[in-house]
Design a protein around this ligand. Structure first.
Ligand code: SF4
Length: 740
């Protein structure tokens, strides 16, 4: 693609799932500047600290600029031939399930689509999973159980229209800052809006909360199951909605009724008074949105937590309406796009299901594929165990750093080291994962990449290049297509551009639509290659052609959003370059129909169990998470001195009572141990922390902290339904470290 350096380019932030629009410009002296895109409907010009510092993170320092084989430079042909032939021989000798791809929510939708197509349709295995498994797999599983499909009902405007926002396991102020800013701005205009924070820690998000429920770790199923019982006991159910649009309510209520308020209090560590106040507020507030993220998802009960929340919204009919609904917000910039193209071990493309023979047949026919995976493949944790025990013999890791980000990372590193053939495509020459690759393939980075991403509210935006690809770096989609071609699948991977891949993906979404899912899988069937270049951010599904286009102006206190949501959108000034794709967002489930065979949503009967992992040897619960100014393993944000000023080194938070008990003072160095390993880390004594628990950020790796990697402490325990690791609840101990 031609890059016009004098022009400001509309693109999208590569960090979190808010998906903010960015305007990027390269000055004549090569200096890059970025600002928030005032016309992007996710952020309306806002950027958080990470987004504002994007220009500081795109230098070529440390970039992988040429292919390498066994640490020596190689040409693209040699490297690609080696990857293709090794995968081909491994499959011929050991079968398709002996190979795997581990991909990333950093990939663009077009990259994801081709990787999924190659593995599921041409290799014939479903061994493709993603680091998004660590981020939102429990939400996907919960949606599928309740709605019959992975469909996110909420849009951002709901957060401005709600009278009650319940934030569960979500430090929005640091992890989704622009959404937090939108809520804070709406709250200023509508002081009657109430906000409840459910989180074991008192985080920055509690600054705008009217009520902070410092819940015990993994108390969420009890909290929301107790709420369901309370709604039943206090005549606060929407009986008409339950009868017309749901199934399984009786069993769910019966299971919930075994729990009285005292039982909920015991399971959650909250007082009966706190519970009554929260339950009563929820019961009387029609416009209620429950927002949740990693505190819910990253749990051995993650899927049950999601369904416990959804149960309460179904029981009150608060779903599919403006300002009401359950709303999972994704961690990564394209976790949602990966879901749309089936980039997980248990999904097919276009929201079709791998276990549905009709869907498999349809996708195979569309792809003209020689094979189609017949059953779900290995999810992330299982995949690295299969690498460790030799079942996976060739592994391709794309755009992610599992040696630092997976739970029990020491074991993951050992498995990768022992794998006979490891390919890594990445932008960096040196990460804890890249260093173990037999073949390194240089990929293009943000600012050079061209494609689409989907944010937490199902809004698809373009990432556009404003920099030329350096060295021999190539787009991920190109690398995948070249390997596929050399494996003998050239015709199906003859794509010349991301536009062509997106058009194919769009065509598949509407391919032989049998009416079974006429709403979501025909989501973008109308988009073709011509639309792609100027594509304005749009929600899928686009409803019917001819509906009003780009909304006029920006939302004022949610008023504009109200108009849109209630069908009163007005045609506005279309931003330059926008196409006819942007239409009034369609509200899922507004008609009470879901994607189950009988079109009714499902209640899930849940009986909370209290899991205690602590022991006498490891008496504390370690919770891991993000800080405001760093992203994942800091491969980009670590380059910005400005971002590192916020918090300069790793730390562990501990409550004063626990600190005193363990003889530890503020700013001491402590040894934090779990059954998996130990690290030395600076102590922060704070009443923000619940007694009995620790918090430590996940970002620092060997590269940035010489005293051990936190990720080596976490266990590979995962939710049995979603396969998402329980990164928020690890048994640990702490002791003061004294040198010598
Ligand atoms: Fe980027 Fe997320 Fe910040 Fe927006 S809120 S600028 S998407 S990191």
């Amino acid at each position: 693609m031609e890059i016009d350096a004098a022009r400001e380019v509309r693109t999208t932030c590569p960090y979190c799932g808010v998906g903010c629009g960015v305007l990027a410009k390269v000055a004549a002296n090569g200096q890059v500047s970025v600002r928030g895109d005032p016309d992007h409907p996710a952020n309306f010009g806002r950027l958080c600290s990470k987004g504002s510092a994007l220009a500081e993170t795109i230098d070529l320092d440390g970039r992988l600029l040429h292919p390498q084989i066994h640490d020596r430079p190689a040409g693209w042909n040699e490297a690609l031939d080696l990857v293709a032939s090794t995968f081909r021989h491994t499959i011929a000798e050991h079968g398709p399930d002996a190979v795997a791809f581990y991909v990333s929510g950093q990939l663009l939708t077009e990259d994801y689509y081709l990787a999924n197509k190659l593995m599921k349709g041409f290799i014939g295995s479903a061994n493709i999973d993603t680091n998004s498994r660590l981020c939102m797999a429990s939400s996907v599983a919960g949606h599928c159980r309740a709605f019959g499909s992975d469909t996110v009902p909420g849009i951002y405007e709901d957060l401005e229209l709600a009278d009650l926002i319940v934030l569960v396991g979500s430090n929005l102020a640091w992890c989704h800052p622009v959404l937090y800013q939108r809520i804070a701005a709406a709250r200023e205009k509508r002081p009657e809006m109430k906000i409840v924070l459910v989180d074991p820690r008192r985080t920055m998000t509690s600054d705008i909360a009217d009520m902070h429920l410092a819940i015990a770790p993994d108390g969420d199923v009890a909290l929301f199951t107790g709420l369901l019982a309370w709604l039943g006991q206090h005549n606060a159910l929407d009986r008409a909605y339950i009868t017309a649009h749901t199934a399984g309510f009786g069993q769910a209520l019966f299971a919930a009724s075994t729990l009285d308020l005292a039982g909920v209090a015991a399971a959650t560590g909250l007082s009966e008074d706190e519970l009554s106040r929260f339950y009563s507020l929820f019961a009387r507030t029609e416009k209620a949105v429950t927002v949740y993220s990693q505190g819910v998802n990253q749990s051995s009960q993650g899927t049950d937590k999601v369904n416990a929340i959804i149960n309460c919204h179904l029981a009150t009919g608060r779903i599919g309406k403006a300002g009401a609904g359950p709303f999972s917000v994704t961690g990564q910039p394209n976790a949602m796009g990966g879901r749309e193209v089936g980039g997980m071990a248990n999904m097919l493309a276009a929201h079709m299901e791998i276990e549905n023979p009709g869907h498999r047949e349809r996708v195979q026919r569309f792809w003209k594929a020689p094979a189609i995976a017949g059953e779900p493949g290995l999810k992330a944790v299982e995949m690295f165990k299969a690498v460790a025990d030799g079942r996976i013999k060739a592994l391709w890791i794309m755009a992610t750093n599992p040696v630092d980000s997976m739970p029990d990372a020491g074991a993951v590193e050992a498995s990768i080291k022992a794998c006979p053939f490891v390919v890594v495509s990445d932008v960096l020459a040196e990460t804890d994962t890249v260093r173990h690759a037999h073949v390194r393939l240089p990929a293009t980075a943000w600012g050079e990449k061209d494609g689409t991403v989907t944010n937490s509210e199902r809004r698809i935006s373009r990432q556009r290049p404003f920099l030329a690809a350096p060295g021999e770096a190539r787009p991920d989609w190109w690398i995948i297509a070249e390997v596929a071609r050399r494996m003998g699948f050239g015709e199906a991977f003859a794509h010349k551009s991301p536009a062509g891949i997106f058009a194919e993906h769009a065509a598949l979404s509407g391919f032989e639509n049998d009416g079974e899912r006429d709403f979501d899988i025909s989501a973008y069937a109308a988009i073709d290659v011509e639309d792609y270049e100027g594509l304005a951010p749009f929600h899928w599904p686009a409803p019917s052609p001819g509906t009003p286009l780009w909304p006029a102006g920006r939302p004022e206190g949610g008023a504009q959003a109200q108009l849109q949501s209630e069908g009163g959108a007005q045609a506005g000034t279309r931003p330059e370059g926008a196409t006819s794709i942007e239409r009034q967002p369609t509200r899922f489930f507004a008609d009470g129909n879901f994607y189950t065979p009988d079109r009714k949503a499902r209640f899930i009967a849940l009986r909370p169990t209290v899991e205690t992992r602590i022991t006498a040897a490891f008496p504390l619960v370690l919770n891991t998470g993000r800080i405001r100014d760093h992203w994942h393993t800091m491969t980009r944000t670590g380059k910005s001195p400005r971002l590192s000023q916020h918090i300069a080194e790793p730390f562990v938070e501990i409550h004063p009572e626990d600190a005193q008990r363990h003889g530890i003072g503020d700013a001491d160095i402590a040894r934090v141990s779990t059954p998996r390993g130990e690290v030395l880390v600076r102590v922060l004594v704070t009443t923000r922390q619940r007694p009995g628990s620790l918090f430590a950020p996940m970002h620092w790796t060997d590269q940035f902290a010489a005293r051990g990697r936190l990720d080596t402490l976490t266990a590979s325990l995962a939710d049995p339904v979603s396969g998402q690791p329980a990164l928020k609840h690890v048994a640990a101990r702490i002791e003061k470290f004294t040198a010598g």
